[in-house]
Structures are given as C-alpha cells and as structure tokens.
Design a protein around this ligand. Structure first.
Ligand SMILES: O=P(O)(O)OC[C@H]1O[C@H](OP(=O)(O)OP(=O)(O)O)[C@H](O)[C@@H]1O
Ligand SMILES: Nc1nc2[nH]cnc2c(=O)[nH]1
Length: 191
C-alpha cells in the first residue's frame, strides 16, 4: 500500500528549485483549451460519463470540465501503481466507479500516460462492465519504449520526455501536485 514519504518544506523547495520547467502555466492553459475543443468535437452528443483517475486527475479534470459545455456525468476511479514513489509497480484498485457503466460512453481522464498499465487496466474494466465506448484523455503523454503495446490516449494535451515529471496534478512523492506548471525532477531527486 501507500509508502509514507516524509519530506520537509525545505526539501520540497529544493526539489522545485532544481527541477526543469517543461511547460509553464500558459502552455497548460492552451493545452486544456485544445483538449476541451477536441473532446467536444467527438463526445458532445454522447452524454458521457467522465471518470477521473484519482488522485492525479483532480487538477486537470476540474479544469477540463469547465471547458466541456454539454451534458455529462462525473464519477471517479481510484487506482494507483506508483504509491507516492517514482517507480511504477502493480495496479492497485482503491475504488471502482459507482455509476453503472453499461451502455455508457466513458471518458477516462488522467494527468499522465506513462507505461500505460493504468489505462490498460481501466479500459478493460470499463469494457468488461458493458461500456458502449471508452475514450481516454491525458494532460501529459510520456512516450516510451516500455509502453503497453498499442496503447495511446485519444486526447493528449502535452508531451513530456522520459523523465519523472510533476505539477499540474502530478505528484512528487505525494507533493507538488498543486504547482501550476509541469516540471521534470532533477535526476538526483528521482530516487
Ligand atoms: O501509465 P502508467 O505507467 O500506468 O502511469 C500512469 C499513472 O501513474 C500516475 O498515477 P499514480 O499511480 O502515481 O497515482 P496518483 O494518481 O495518486 O499519482 C498517473 O496519475 C497515472 O494514473
Ligand atoms: N508524478 C508522476 N506520476 C507518474 N506516473 C507515471 N509517470 C509519472 C511521472 O513522470 N510523474
């Protein structure tokens, strides 16, 4: 389960200071605008069920929902495989969606797509429960050789390199999700 990571405010300030800013607040705003337009074009007539993947989806999903001006429902899934660390392990389910999925058009929203095991598990779960269709949206896509074969998000805000990133919903060991930019951690801070 969740690893306890004790970090002081001074240590976190150091992580932020050493990190490299990849996408600033304006770039995130523009990416969310694009995502909103693209999702609207495809899903506006489907009365979708929008599922946020806790915890990282909180920030991008809230901001994205303001840009979706059509009927939709909101629910959440809590699944995690990083457990406040910087290395992915097995997918652990903490909460499944309570809204019936049968015949629903589902939009799964997350902060980042990395190796893709999280999305693979969530998409399969939605389809097993009878969803009519499943689309995926991420603020940040991190293409990498370890990606689950054939897996790609339908809607992508920004691309990030193969480094450990945080901000805009993404955590650094449980912290810094509330930073309004996307940073790559200094390699020395990755462990
Ligand atoms: O594509 P993958 O390699 O599966 O990784 C992507 C997942 O990793 C992060 O979640 P995490 O498990 O860290 O939980 P969190 O949402 O609480 O940060 C992120 O929010 C995605 O859900
Ligand atoms: N915060 C964060 N979570 C992730 N989950 C998968 N990759 C990442 C990453 O680079 N940063």
């Amino acid at each position: 389960m969740t690893q306890g990571v004790e970090l002081t405010a001074e240590q976190l300030a150091g992580v932020l200071e050493r990190a490299e800013c990849l996408h600033d607040a304006d770039a995130i705003e523009a990416a969310l605008n694009r995502l909103g337009e693209q999702i609207t074009a495809v899903m506006a007539d489907t009365r979708p069920l929008v599922l946020g993947v806790m915890t990282g989806a909180i920030v991008p999903m809230g901001r994205l929902l303001n840009r979706l001006d059509f009927p939709l429902e909101i629910d959440y899934i809590h699944a995690t495989r990083y457990h406040k660390t910087t290395t992915g392990r097995e997918l652990v389910w903490l909460a499944r969606p309570q809204t019936p999925l049968r015949d629903r058009h589902v939009l799964i929203v997350d902060d980042i797509l990395d190796e893709g095991h999280t999305f693979r598990g969530l998409i399969d779960e939605c389809l097993e429960h009878g969803a009519a269709s499943v689309h995926t949206a991420v603020l940040a896509d991190k293409p990498n050789a370890g990606r689950v074969p054939g897996l790609a998000a339908d809607f992508v805000g920004l691309t990030v390199p193969e480094r450990y990133v945080f901000g805009a919903g993404m955590d650094y060991k449980g912290y810094l999700r509330n930073v309004d930019a996307i940073y790559a951690a200094d390699p020395a801070d990755e462990d």
